[in-house]
Design a protein around this ligand. Structure first.
Ligand code: FES
Length: 151
């Protein structure tokens, strides 16, 4: 199975079409930035983009991806055709957002999809759009970093 991932066409090999995209990315393509949390579409640790939209890859059978462009945290910066970190990644560092870090790639991907739609999101916009869960409770720093990245 071929997939468009991070501006490349990658061969995922022989994959059961019902396999969640999460496991194809992690186990077949070695993209381990995307994380398994709940496996039920609830926590957002597995968030990636499909054609720029945030999706929870643990509940998306890979057969539904088709030729849509998948972007993972590994490809977020290069999706802008720049070698510099994505503004969200820079803001995450500036605000020292992560605690344990496990959920943060999914958080950044959700935030990136938000910023693609809303230039200057309010706290309410962030809370309504980035519904990912962080067990360390880094939500205040996440909001601050998103405001910084939004400029
Ligand atoms: Fe996909 Fe929790 S692992 S939403």
């Amino acid at each position: 199975m071929e997939l468009r991932v991070n501006n490349k066409v990658l061969d995922a090999g022989d994959v059961d079409p019902q396999t969640p995209l999460l496991w194809v990315l992690r186990d077949h393509l070695g993209l381990s930035g995307v994380k398994f949390g709940c496996g039920a579409g609830q926590c957002g640790a597995c968030t990636v983009h499909l054609d720029g939209q945030a999706v929870r890859s643990c509940v998306l059978p890979v057969e539904y991806v088709g030729d849509q462009e998948i972007t993972t945290i590994e490809g977020l910066a290069s999706s802008r055709d720049e070698s510099a970190p994505h503004p969200l990644q820079a803001a995450w560092v500036e605000h020292d957002v992560p605690q344990c870090g496990y959920c943060q790639a999914g958080m950044i991907m959700a935030a990136a999809a938000l910023l693609a739609e809303v230039d200057a999101p309010t706290d309410d916009d962030i809370d309504n759009y980035v519904t990912n869960l962080c067990r360390c409770g880094t939500y205040n720093r996440i909001r601050a970093a998103i405001h910084t990245a939004a400029g």
